[in-house]
Design a protein around this ligand. Structure first.
Ligand code: ADP
Length: 606
């Protein structure tokens, strides 16, 4: 049934009790509602005991005292008990759903807030579809377990205990006789539960894979790639494979234990017959009243459904533990970029930036940066130049703490960036990346993302400074034009300028610029150059430079190669040295363009 599965992707499992304890902690804020729920459940379990007892009273009355008035009263009491139970069931589901939805709400919020704290390292090493799957499918799956299983466990437990106590009170021999077979069902239940839990964990993993794949191939970029390379049937086959796994695993999970439950159900249906057979003989031999046999038959019927449910609920609980485990697994990953407890808020720093002997690797032991030192006085600019993969982008990542250095320090105005509050660090640095990301929102909102309280006039002024105002104003819907993945498609140059407008609006004293390597038409390029020059004026600027004009304007050029700063200085001095800079320069800028313009970031590609 599960042999192949148990071997696959075996990972250490937390003990069920450890997980249950954490689940209990999630319920703590709802303890009042939970207590009310438990009280309701107990009340309805106790009221449920009344009808069988009243049946017994009626039967014994009919056969012995023959008091017609009592029969009326007992019948009315049965009616009342059933009615109250029905009303209680509404209260019960109200409380149940409130707690269930509340817990889901908390878990989604908690997980989302936690994921936002995760560093870029987490997002570069986890597929976004997989992350979405945990937030949606796993948390959603838990809801089912919460709203159905947990109350059901308690309610059934109460019913079983009270009923068994009452049965034993009526006649202990008949109780033992009718319940003797129950322990036989416990071990199979545990086995079925364990198998289902593993099957569900594996299913959710594959659902995560499926979501990741859908997200990758059904996005604009992914769809474009698939079409360009004509890989539709390959992607379809890959999807089909995952989808098939999801179907088969789910099917196996749903069918696991079907025979077992059939036997359990069969036994439940036969139990009253056994009670009448054995109890009937006791009545004949005068050991038991006929009423008690009827009560027993009713109680046994009442107990078997909860026992079956209790056993199967244990299985559902086991499965939901798999979901909790997956959710906890993300929640447990500590954010690796955290604010130091004695972090200081940096109020508008002058902008002195220093990298001191930085070593850094992305975690695979291959150093991305080795002994990098850079100083930029306030308001000055430093250009990073070097072949593709040299480490230029990585250097810029360390300043806003997208990653932390393994050794060495990055300082702003003499403060280690790790000792600055994350909020003020973010306020101090403006970034314009090569391929700016725009949200599916209006141009206005995209620019305003830098400073949500900015007025429309400020947004327009920022757009003017980025030389994009006239273009936006000329659009049919102006600043309300929706851009982003599913919106109006801006050209690369226009997106760049929207990003520059964002940085203008942010007005941070330190600026990180990553010059686009892709060719823009000469007009766009000139306009962007102008906008960037304006933006950089008076700010400390760290720029990944690809254009000669930018390089020439920089106060200092840092030549990066293999994660090290190999040369630094002004253009003329570097050229005279005849080192890496000189050869990069000769390849890209000198002569009549005989050297091919390659888009590999070798100084320039524009
Ligand atoms: P540049 O900006 O100069 O082109 P990068 O700073 O992007 O270079 O990359 C420096 C080195 O680090 C490259 O070898 C690159 O492959 C590697 N690298 C970049 N990002 C990651 C990452 N998320 N995980 C592992 N290695 C990375």
């Amino acid at each position: 049934m599960s042999h192949g599965l148990l071997g696959e992707r075996a990972r250490p499992r937390a003990s069920s009790w450890a997980i249950l304890r954490r689940v209990a902690a999630i319920f703590r804020p709802y303890r009042i509602s939970v207590l009310a729920l438990l009280a309701t459940v107990t009340a309805s379990a106790l009221i449920g005991l009344a009808p069988p007892l009243l049946f017994a009273a009626i039967i014994d009355n009919i056969s012995k005292t023959k008091d017609a008035h009592r029969v009326d009263i007992d019948a009315l009491l049965i009616f009342a008990a059933v009615l109250v139970s029905a009303l209680l069931s509404v209260v019960q589901s109200y409380l149940n759903n409130r707690v269930g939805q509340g817990v889901m709400y908390d878990m989604r919020n908690h997980l989302y807030a936690h994921l936002q704290k995760m560093s870029l390292r987490f997002f570069t090493s986890t597929r976004s579809g997989e992350i979405l799957s945990r937030l949606n499918n796993d948390v959603g799956g838990i809801q089912d377990a919460v709203t159905n299983s947990f109350t059901s466990v308690f309610s059934n437990l109460i019913i079983v205990v009270t009923t068994v106590v009452l049965m034993a009170f009526l006649d202990w021999r008949l109780t033992i006789f009718s319940l003797a077979a129950l322990p036989l069902f416990i071990i199979p239940t545990r086995i079925v539960g364990g198998v289902q839990r593993r099957l569900l964990a594996r299913t959710q993993e594959r659902v995560g894979d499926m979501n990741a794949q859908m997200q990758e191939t059904l996005s604009v970029n992914g769809a474009l790639l698939t079409k360009i390379f004509g890989r539709q049937s390959y992607e379809y086959a890959r999807f089909d494979h995952t989808n098939r796994d999801v179907r088969d695993l789910t099917f196996r999970r749903l069918m696991t234990g079907r025979w077992f439950f059939m036997l359990l159900g069969l036994f439940g249906s036969l139990a009253p017959a056994l009670v009448y057979w054995y109890g009937g003989k006791q009545v004949i031999s005068g050991n038991l009243s006929a009423g008690n046999v009827v009560a027993f038959a009713a109680l046994v019927t009442r107990i078997f459904s909860p026992v079956t449910q209790l056993l199967s609920v244990w299985i559902t609980v086991q499965s939901s533990l798999a979901l909790f485990e997956r959710v906890f697994d993300y929640g447990d990953q500590p954010p690796d970029i955290v604010e130091s407890p004695h972090a200081v808020a940096l109020a508008r720093p002058a902008g002195r930036v220093a990298y001191e002997h930085i070593n850094f690797s992305y975690g695979d032991d291959i150093p991305a940066l080795a002994d990098v030192s850079i100083e930029i006085p306030p308001g000055q600019s430093a250009a990073l130049v070097g072949p593709s993969g040299a480490g230029k982008t990585t250097i810029t990542y360390l300043l806003p703490r997208l990653y932390d250095a393994d050794a060495g320090r990055v300082l702003i105005d003499g403060h280690d960036v790790r000792d600055i509050t994350l909020a003020s660090l973010s306020d101090a640095i403006g970034v314009v990346t090569q391929e700016p990301y725009l949200f599916h929102a209006s141009i206005r909102d995209n620019i305003r993302y830098a400073r949500p309280e900015a007025t429309d006039d400020e947004v327009h002024a920022a757009a003017r400074a980025a030389y994009i105002h006239e273009f936006v104003d000329g659009l049919p819907r102006g600043y309300d034009t929706i851009v982003g993945e599913r919106g109006y498609r801006l050209s690369g140059g226009e997106k760049q300028r929207v990003a520059i407008a964002r940085a203008v609006l942010k007005d941070a004293p330190i600026l990180i610029l990553d010059e686009a390597t892709s060719s823009l038409d000469s007009h766009s390029e000139r306009v962007i150059q102008l906008a960037l020059e304006d933006l950089a004026r008076g700010r400390t600027t760290l720029i990944i430079a690809h254009r000669l004009s930018t390089i020439l304007r920089a106060d200092e050029i840092f030549v990066v190669d293999g994660g090290r700063i190999v040369e630094r200085g002004k253009h003329d001095a570097l050229l005279a040295r005849g080192g890496l800079y000189a050869s990069l320069y000769r390849q890209q800028f000198s002569g009549d363009g005989a050297a091919p313009t390659r888009d590999d970031g070798v100084v320039a590609a524009g």
